[in-house]
Ligand binder design. Sequence first.
Ligand SMILES: NC(=O)c1ccc[n+]([C@@H]2O[C@H](COP(=O)([O-])OP(=O)(O)OC[C@H]3O[C@@H](n4cnc5c(N)ncnc54)[C@H](O)[C@@H]3O)[C@@H](O)[C@H]2O)c1
Length: 296
Amino acid sequence: MSPTLQQAPEMQSSPLHKQYEKASDTYLTNNVLDLFSLSNRVIAITGGAQGIGLALAFACAEAGAKVALIDAKAEPHKDFHILEKQCAQLGMYQSDVTDFDRLSNTFDEILRDFGRLDGCITAAGICPDEPFLSRKPDSVRRCFDINVLGTYFTAQLAAKHMIQSSPSSIDTANGSIVMIGSVAAHQASIAQFLSDYCSSKGAVVSLAKELAVELADSGIRVNVISPGYTRTDLTAVLAKTRPSLANIFSSEPPMRRIGDRTDLKGAALYLLSSASAYMTGGELLITGGLHAGRKL
Ligand SMILES: NC(=O)c1ccc[n+]([C@@H]2O[C@H](COP(=O)([O-])OP(=O)(O)OC[C@H]3O[C@@H](n4cnc5c(N)ncnc54)[C@H](O)[C@@H]3O)[C@@H](O)[C@H]2O)c1
């Protein structure tokens, strides 16, 4: 008899083997619609006053979550008032993701108001567009401050609060962090000058992988949604000032259209919910195929 087979009875009573046996048939009782529910979960979203952050707040609210929006802006987009009517509990917190102490106070305030934290989306970001050789240090630094350090600080504060909150869901995870990256983490833009933006989003994708490993023992999953061109106030301004860009946004993706924020809602729900309980350190590229190749 081989040494492996001789060890088999002993291995069958080990905790790992018992865990294996228990896990084998949970699909019979876990209804897929329940897996996607965010009922009673509290989700914080930076950059939530408008754009992608606000659209993803609708996704969370529609799935039953309570939502805390964090943004530098004092006044959210008018659609916030539609969300108010749909959301089990909604809060808007003016803060700055680059200011650790202020952001820390904001998370404390959210915990006081909502009592717990289960998920966090880091959508605050800026996208400067200026040739590399003429970039000024302060402007580059600001992009990294918001896109990289802002994401870092937010994830750190969110993780600490998630660990303090007891598990609320059918899986035993303490929380899920979803970072908004970009297709720009993977490829240069042919029409814009995005040296700091591309590298800042590359840092976000790397950060998610590192945190996925570091935070796994704490039951916190970390993943990235990387959109391609997506219609928001950010791209609307660009399209107005440089109409040629509007054409590129629609013609470059193999699917021949610019992304809509609706295209991101399902991905956010998947990553925040128990439906993705075994996914961490991953990235969903939602680009109309742009990350695979550009159409001429
Ligand atoms: N729109 C796109 O085509 C696209 C594509 C890929 C990735 N993204 C990323 O998605 C995220 C959201 O982009 P968007 O298009 O919704 O932009 P947006 O400008 O509409 O929204 C960004 C929000 O972040 C907030 N913000 C900026 N600096 C902040 C700070 N220091 N503290 C707190 N809040 C701050 C802004 O006030 C704003 O409400 C960004 O990270 C962006 O890089 C956007």
